[in-house]
Every structure is written in C-alpha cells, then in structure tokens.
Write a protein that binds this ligand. Structure first.
Ligand code: TYD
Length: 145
C-alpha cells in the first residue's frame, strides 16, 4: 500500500468561522441551525480533562459529519482521507473544523485546559466507527476507484 503523506494545503482542513458577540463582560458564541452551522445536529459532546500525553480519536465514520470547536485550550487535529494527511491546531472558540465522513481523525497534544466541543449529525452508533486503520485505508481507497 502506498504511504499516506502529511501535506499542507491538501484541502482536508475546512474551517467555519463563528461570530463572537462580545462586550466588556466577555464573549459569547451562539450556533443556530441552518445559519452559522451547515449541519443538522443530533448530538453534542465534549472532551475535557484529557490526561497529559494522551492522543484520542484513531477512527473514521462511515456516515457521520462532525464539527470540532476547541472552546478552551488547544489540541492538534490530524485528518487523513486515505491518501493524504493534513493537520491543524484547534485553539480558537470562534473556529470550527469540519470532519466529514470517511476521514480518519487523530487528536494530539491536548493542553490540560482543553475542552473540545463536537457537534455531530447522528446519534452515537458504534457500528458506524472504523477503528482499524488498515480497514479504513482499504475502504477509503476502494471508494475512490
Ligand atoms: P470514542 O469515540 O472512542 O472516543 P475518542 O475517539 O474521542 O477517543 O468514545 C469514548 C467512549 O465514549 C466510548 O466508550 C464510546 C463513548 N461515547 C458515547 O457513549 N457517546 C458518544 O457520543 C461518544 C462520542 C462516545
């Protein structure tokens, strides 16, 4: 199998910018379906308290689109479409990173204060996960043929 290369500007990193409603008291970001967010959200979850040195993710989904927003702290997201890998730092509560279906994702380098909010288009379904990287590569590459 050919190697998956890390490549900048590969087109895997797609950001959504949110408007911060701020005043002297602080900031606020609101998501309204069909407006700031292009997805039909069925589930929201967040990762926090990630232990030092722990990486998460290591899976893809057959049929799930997600938007990841680092509402506090930072972490590094790696996205992989089976041919190319691209990475980005999530470190802004006003930027959402789109993770489309059949994209392998890994999250690394969580800061101790990182809170990673994820908006998802489907309910939790373990059978939708691809947790084996070789299986993911085979499926992703077959889909492109
Ligand atoms: P998992 O998706 O493996 O975490 P990550 O890929 O971010 O490292 O989920 C961790 C555990 O939480 C696993 O037992 C499944 C459970 N879980 C839910 O019950 N509901 C959810 O919405 C999510 C995302 C996970």
């Amino acid at each position: 199998m050919s190697q998956v290369r890390l490549e900048r500007g590969a087109g895997l990193i797609k950001w959504y910018d949110f408007q911060a409603l701020g005043d002297e008291r602080g900031s606020l970001v609101a998501f309204e379906l069909g407006q700031a967010i292009p997805l039909d959200i069925k589930r929201v979850y967040y990762l926090y308290g990630t232990a030092l040195g722990v990486s998460r993710g290591y899976h893809a989904h057959h049929n799930l689109t997600q938007l990841a927003i680092c509402v506090a702290g930072r972490c590094r997201m790696v996205l992989d479409n089976g041919t190319t890998r691209e990475e980005a730092w999530l470190d802004s509560p006003t930027k959402g990173l789109l993770i489309e279906k059949m994209i392998w994702r890994e999250m690394h380098d969580f800061s101790p204060d990182c809170v990673l909010l994820v908006l998802a288009t489907e309910h939790y379904d373990e059978s939708d996960y691809i947790r084996d990287y070789q299986k993911f590569l085979t499926e992703a590459r077959n889909a492109k043929k």
